[in-house]
Write a protein that binds this ligand. Structure first.
Ligand code: NAD
Length: 332
């Protein structure tokens, strides 16, 4: 089969090409993001491979179907950017990579916490300028702190395990608590988790229900001065409300790897351009905000698994086999 691969970066091409050697499929690597203006590029292909900031809304899915695309292979876990109802309506089957490396995301989350708490990013720059002062770098021990995890799936559980290792008291919240989670912390209600946690980390998917899960009201319910960490999806946090929380001191720190309006910004080199997003610009002015550009997944192990799983799904589709990683719309 021929697969149109959108939003391709050099590392995607490297890992997908390596995995493709095992299979008889061919990629057309495209740097463009997939949206209504680029969908024509799928002409002549049998399947599409897309990523987190591609637009898979109704109009794009209808076009995919018109071009004879039967499979959309998302090379990621979160698929909030895919209209699954429309995919079903137009006969486009959707697969994703539900499990690649929960360690990659959990470990990056811990990296953000340690960096923001101990100001390692600032120390790096200061020392390079022969400034060996430690003024302004005061942090806090994680040992003994209460750590709240919202979403106790694969990533949330790895994170909870790591934070247990730091000696934190771990509180958990999930709509569907699970047995493994119960071994790693105490399940509580969301309001209790927010009120008691010194750090709150978001590890749940973005759905209509979790959109702006952390809004002005929930920020008020958090312990004053607590740190918020978001390595899941930008839309989980109302960034404007977070800015108000940071200004008032209610929010003591904000580390984020994802941002609601990241599409067209994250993954791109915009160093020669004027930043058009005022909310992102304002966030970058706070000394207690740390932003990375959706890189939590970005480890060798994760990319190998993503490439291999994606090709396995494409191959199964080509052979008419069951698609084990298929996602379908849940009836409302
Ligand atoms: P998972 O499916 O294993 O776990 C998600 C958990 O969230 C489940 O336990 C589920 O019950 C829970 N949940 C669902 N709705 C909820 C709600 N309303 N409130 C509380 N909990 C809820 O997923 P995962 O592999 O742990 O990944 C979690 C999210 O991380 C993904 O959906 C994705 O958006 C994000 N992610 C980000 C990156 C990155 O690079 N930053 C990489 C991979 C995944």
């Amino acid at each position: 089969m021929k697969i149109a691969c959108f939003s391709t970066k050099p590392y995607d091409e490297q890992f997908l090409s390596a995995a493709a050697k095992e299979f008889e499929h061919e990629f057309a690597f495209l740097e463009h993001r997939l949206d209504a203006s680029t969908v024509v590029l799928v002409e002549g292909c049998d399947a599409v491979c897309a990523f987190v900031n591609d637009t898979l809304d109704r109009s794009v899915l209808e076009k995919l179907s018109e071009f004879g695309i039967g499979l959309l292979a998302m090379r990621c876990a979160g698929i909030n950017n895919v209209d699954l109802d429309a995919a079903a309506e137009f006969g486009v089957r959707v697969v994703r990579v539900p499990r690649y490396s929960p360690y990659a995301v959990a470990e990056h989350t811990v990296g953000l916490i340690l960096t923001l708490n101990r100001k390692i990013h600032k120390a790096y720059n200061r020392v390079r300028e022969n400034n060996f002062s430690i003024d302004g770098f005061l942090g806090f021990d994680l040992q003994g702190r209460t750590f709240g995890v919202i979403g106790t799936g694969a990533i949330g559980r790895v994170l909870a395990k790591i934070m247990n290792g730091f000696g934190c008291r771990v509180l958990l919240y999930d709509r569907f608590p699970n047995e493994e989670g119960k071994q790693l912390g105490e399940y509580v209600g969301l309001d209790d988790l927010l009120a008691e946690s010194d750090l709150v980390s978001l590890q749940c998917p973005l759905t209509p229900e979790t959109y702006h899960l952390i809004d002005a009201d929930r920020l008020r319910k958090m312990k004053r001065g607590a740190m918020l960490i978001n390595t899941s999806r930008g839309g989980l946090v109302d960034a404007s409300a977070a800015i108000e929380g940071l200004k008032s001191g209610q929010l003591g720190g904000f580390a984020l790897d994802v941002y609601e309006e990241e599409s067209g910004v994250f993954f791109e080199d915009l160093s020669q351009e004027v930043m058009q997003d005022d909310v992102l610009s304002r966030l970058m002015t706070f000394p207690n905000v740390l932003i990375t550009s959706h890189q939590a997944f970005f480890t060798r192990e994760a990319l190998e698994t993503i490439a291999h799983t994606t090709l396995q799904s494409i191959d199964a589709f080509g052979r008419g086999d069951d698609l084990v990683d298929e996602v379908v719309a849940t009836p409302s």
